[in-house]
Design a protein around this ligand. Structure first.
Ligand code: SAM
Length: 306
């Protein structure tokens, strides 16, 4: 049985826009396994109309991890009866009966993004302890330049298509956004970072699974992880180290494992060359726009030979 839905994508996060394509890619990643058919879309309105082999009751459990979708409305479509119709305005959309040409459609909210809850996941809301010059300070927010937004973190997990009970590593753990998202999904994340000033905070977030380590020489056996999800440094001075780390990261992935990377634009060409050299399959999934006009490619890298 197929069911009709109307999907409202988010347009903005913070000061930055969310491209329609990015939101649609995430939606497809979650719902394609459930017979997703896109009937049509309206790019300026950030909306798509779809059918799914999921009933309205089954939608929330799959939608709960979406980052860029604002609402999902179920639609029951009938020929127009001729009776007066009074839709209920809900801010961005209508519920109840609406009329469309020769049809009447009964719309119900089956998922609405909990904005308060999502805001509570933001790095601004979590103090991260670091030692600087032997002084303990608590850093909060994006301004430190290392913390990934909670929405973008959700997105990286969503496109990774993780198996149940996946074992995941973030080898450039920074302020721990990826560990936090793992906690939210009840997944234990292994985490490492080269910077000792982060040890206290990362140990607190991942007490059993944190290591102070260079991504080029990690303390893990080959074929340990189902996925590596990470945001390497954007600093051009670190480019060489990231490129060198790539073969080692692939080695500790299981045969069908995926390396999901959110990178700086200038990292793309060196990573592409390294993938060609080591027979790795690189797919560019999307671009995430970020503050200061940054356009960050999201890549999935898999082994061709394992
Ligand atoms: C962009 S930040 C990661 C941010 C993280 N995703 C978050 O949300 O907090 C990059 C991190 O890579 C670390 N790093 C730089 N070079 C490294 C290397 N060779 N091996 C491991 N970590 C490294 C830095 O210390 C920094 O914390």
């Amino acid at each position: 049985m197929t069911y009709h839905y109307q999907i409202y994508f988010r347009r903005r996060r913070g000061a930055t826009g969310i491209p329609f394509e990015l939101a649609q890619t995430e939606f497809k990643a979650i719902f394609s396994p459930f017979g997703l058919h896109i009937k049509h879309g309206h790019i300026p309105k950030h909306r798509i109309w779809v059918t799914l082999k999921l009933s309205p009751k089954e939608i929330p459990q799959h939608a709960q991890n979406l980052a860029y979708t604002e609402a999902i409305l179920s639609q029951r479509i009938e020929p127009y009866s001729g009776k007066e119709i009074n839709p209920i305005g809900r801010g961005g959309w209508y519920t109840g009966w609406i009329r469309q040409d020769d049809k009447q459609i009964y719309q119900e909210e089956v998922f609405v993004q909990d904005i308060q809850n999502r805001r509570s996941e933001s790095p601004d809301q979590h103090a991260f302890p670091v030692y600087i010059n032997n002084q303990l300070i608590h850093i909060q927010g994006h301004h430190v330049g290392r913390a990934l937004s909670a929405m973008d973190t959700r997105y990286l997990f969503n496109i990774a298509d993780l198996p149940p009970n996946a074992r995941i590593l973030d080898p450039f753990a920074g302020f721990g956004s990826i560990i936090r998202e793992g906690h939210r999904r009840n997944i234990t994340i292994f985490a490492s970072d080269i910077d000792p000033i982060l040890s206290l905070g990362l140990q607190g977030l991942a007490p059993q699974s944190y290591a102070l380590a260079d991504a080029r020489s990690l303390p893990y056996k080959s074929q340990t992880f189902d996925a590596i999800i990470t945001e390497p440094p954007f600093d051009a001075k670190r480019q060489q180290a990231i490129v060198e780390a790539l073969p080692n990261l692939m080695c500790i992935l299981k045969p069908k494992g995926k390396l999901v990377l959110l990178i700086a634009q200038n990292m793309l060409a060196p990573i592409q060359s390294q993938c060609t050299l080591h027979h790795l399959m690189l797919t560019q999934i999307s671009i995430i726009p970020r503050d200061h006009g940054l356009r960050c490619p999201v890549l999935v890298i898999q082994s061709l030979t394992k």
